[in-house]
Design a protein around this ligand. Structure first.
Ligand code: NAG
Ligand code: NAG
Length: 395
């Protein structure tokens, strides 16, 4: 071989070797956007955008949005959601809703999460007797919308791959409504449990599909402690104290159910992580941040036993079936920052801020994730949690 050629071949081999070594290091990416799928816990305005202008959902009315935004934005809370705090933390704009906002700039984020959305298809749930009057924009529909909109969002296939590779993909929370609707039509806990593997398979397929499209960083939240949720505490209210966790006042059986979903989800995420070692698949433990709050609410600046809705009416938990925040209740409590529950189903900005802090500053992700290596993050501790007065580190 001619000396020059040998030299070229050797340097080619060396550089390939070097590249391979560099590539197998855990990557610290500059996250340039957020792509989100889910339900009302991450909806920044989609349900509102999809709704009939003459028949707005409750979330179009005050006091939704009274804190921070000072007007309803379509978020199911008094203020910001977890996704908003994540965007602020990454130095990105708040993620605009995709549906009904044709002219929005989606360069730094796009949100497909719709209030009331299920993981499983509507037709699938209906076949099982689970009927619901809410949105049919299930996870699969959201993913289809994303794929169909790619030419508009990012142009060429290679630009799209680049966008997806450098995005934080927030996959959920999703699945909670599948269980809610099943419980609301009085399915037994055993019957609802049968949905868990199906919900998890749906989430897992969505992640796998997005990995195929270039996805590299996934944040996948588990369920909230459902037994601490106002709506369940109200409909399953019982004189039998055995059913309540004495420490928190939450319903034990429903919390066990949420834990079951979360365990199964983590098993599946571990399997995916092994299959795709170059991808970051991070489990967001919303459940345990909230558990710690319900166990010691005063430590985080909340009222004692914060199980009642801030915006509600009557009953032991300030919630009555048929009396909705926004539609029937036009004013929230005087200090929402002291409440965990905003309405019958959703949480206050103060609670969402603490959950975001638990995920972004630790220790509530599995595996632990070093967000500080993300160079697009402009300002340290811009999580916004300090301005609500509640802090995970307030002990
Ligand atoms: C969802 O519902 C709307 C109207 O309520 C309907 O037009 C649409 O076809 C449905 N989509 C799916 C995927 O079922
Ligand atoms: C119940 O909700 C109403 C209306 O938002 C609020 O004014 C009140 O303070 C709440 N009550 C309790 C006990 O939390």
């Amino acid at each position: 071989m001619a000396p020059l050629l040998t030299k070229l071949v050797v340097s080619f081999i060396l550089s390939t070797l070097f590249l391979t070594m560099v590539n197998s290091e855990p990557e610290c990416r500059n996250l340039r956007s957020i792509i989100s799928f889910g339900d009302s816990t991450a909806d920044t305005g989609n349900l509102l955008g999809l709704s009939d202008p003459n028949d707005h959902p409750q979330v179009a009315l005050p006091p939704y949005g009274e804190t921070f935004f000072h007007h309803p934005t379509g978020r199911f809370s008094n203020g910001r959601l977890i996704i908003d705090f994540i965007a602020e933390f990454l130095g990105l704009p708040l993620v605009p809703p995709f549906y009904g906002s044709q002219n929005a700039n989606f360069e730094k984020g796009v949100n497909f999460a719709v209030g009331g959305a299920t993981a499983l298809k509507r037709s699938f749930l209906e076949e099982r007797g689970i009927h619901f009057p809410y949105t049919n924009v299930s996870l699969g529909v959201q993913l289809s919308s994303f794929k169909e909109s790619l030419p508009k969002l990012c142009g060429s296939p290679s630009d799209c791959r680049d966008m997806i590779e450098n995005a934080l993909i927030l996959m959920g929370e999703i699945g909670g409504n599948d269980y809610n609707y099943a419980f609301f039509v009085e399915k037994s806990i055993e019957e609802v449990k049968e949905l868990v593997p199906l919900v998890i398979r749906t989430i897992s397929s969505a992640i796998t599909e997005l990995i195929g499209m270039g996805g590299k960083t996934f944040l996948v939240p588990g369920e909230f402690p459902m037994g601490c949720s106002v709506v369940y505490l109200t409909i399953y209210h019982t004189a039998n104290m055995e059913e309540y966790d004495p420490l928190t006042g939450c319903l034990k059986l429903l919390n066990k159910f949420g834990e079951y979903h979360n365990e199964q989800l983590q098993v599946e995420l571990n399997r995916l992580q092994k299959l795709y070692p170059r991808v970051n698949i991070i489990y967001a433990d919303y459940y345990n941040v909230l558990s710690s709050i319900f166990q010691e609410p005063a430590k985080f600046g909340f009222i004692n036993r914060p199980l009642s809705a801030c915006c509600g009416f009557g009953g032991p938990y300030n919630d009555t079936v048929g009396k909705k925040c926004g539609t029937d209740v036009v004013e929230g409590c005087s200090d929402p920052s002291k409440y965990v529950a905003w309405d019958g189903v959703h949480l206050t900005e103060a609670a969402y801020s603490l959950i975001a802090e638990g995920i972004l500053s630790g220790p509530y992700t599995i595996p632990p994730f070093d967000w500080s290596c993300l160079s697009s993050r402009k300002i340290k501790n811009n999580g916004g949690s300090s301005d609500t007065g509640n802090s995970l580190r307030s002990n």
